[in-house]
Design a protein around this ligand. Sequence first.
Ligand code: ACO
Length: 419
Amino acid sequence: MSISDIGKAKIVYEDQEVELPLMEGTMGEKAIDISKLRATTGLVTLDNGYGNTGSCSSEITFIDGDKGVLLYRGYPIEQLAEKADFVEVCYLLIYGHLPSADELSGFRDKLTHHSLIHEDMKKFFEGYPPSAHPMAILSAMVASLSAYYPEEDGDTNIIRLLAKLNTIAAFSYKKSIGQPYIYPRNDLDYAGDFLHMMHAVPAEPYELDDTLVEALNLLLILHADHEQNCSTSTVRMVGSSGANLFASIASGICALWGPLHGGANQKVIQMLERIEKDGSDYKKYVAMAKDKDNDFRLMGFGHRVYKNFDPRARILKKSADAVLSKLGVNDPLLDIARNLEEVALNDEYFVQRKLYPNVDFYSGIIYRAMGIPTNMFTVMFALGRLPGWIAQWKEMKENPKARIYRPRQVYTGATQRDY
Ligand code: ACO
């Protein structure tokens, strides 16, 4: 499926009338192709933070932010969350179709058999201080994979990266708490194996809890792709220079780390803990978030694209209740989150700006209930987002028309002067 040419848009500039191609995507989204604008008029377009700029055409993920719709390869997120597991969603995003039973079992098998990391890489973990943020370790380890696996390995590197990120993520946690690394087990599936590597200790047998496996699958699926967000655009940007898969994904991990992006899930919990310590006075924090002289923001609220409820947050809100009650966890932070949400959703400031809870608002509460520590939350996001990054990187590589990313600017510095 491709973008179709549906006519022309006109720009009037000085005494010129310039016709630009008008394009339409398969879900009816229209766009003006301005790629020749500079050549014909000398003009560039200016769009701070790329809020209204399409950087590519893509067949992977569709979002309608006004209606709160999210589709992976055409399938609604609600259906995938209910019926699929994360490995199936990885296959769907990367290869473009839902796998047949044979394709799925072959894919699972490959992921299982590539989950060990090179023994030498364990020495890298040892070099970090125990206080190291696991995102620092994760990004460095992923870039380092390129030292072990040649670029020519193509599709196998995709499998390696998916399989090994699980192990690297769990090892980075074990390193931070000073426990021995737990090796992957071939009899466990992707999500179960991750929980085992995180929580098992050599002295005791480890029993998997189905509720945790189910919750993790759900969280990973909900994070699996989100079209051209900050980290994905970074992956494409770095990959567009010809950088290898591992280097491109490592840069995406770094982009995800920031608190305005994937780092928000950690910040949400820290915010809720702060409110709890402060007597649970959530109304005070809503007032602070509205005060323009205060740089406090309600973490987990607002989204560049969703101007209606984030469909992922809606699914997670329901799931938070179910998971906590199944696990028998009573978390006061969940009550604060619910109260905060209710007050904010009825407040003129948030209503006017169309600020709703995003995926990160409830994910942290579920991770906490699952025994995953706060500084691992963004690593969990990276695990989930990995198939999306890979799919987007692959799509760009396979597009014969793809070019190096090189935005323009409007220069506002000093005019030419003598030294
Ligand atoms: N709390 C209070 N006010 C907010 C918030 C918030 N969380 N988010 C946006 N606003 C206000 C802004 O101050 C601005 O107000 P103004 O028009 O009076 O100046 C208006 O809403 C628009 O906000 P922008 O920052 O311009 O929106 P932008 O699209 O650039 O940013 C972002 C989106 C980064 C998500 C922002 O809403 C935010 O910082 N949220 C908190 C962090 C967060 O949860 N990030 C996770 C995003 S989802 C993800 O990456 C998985």
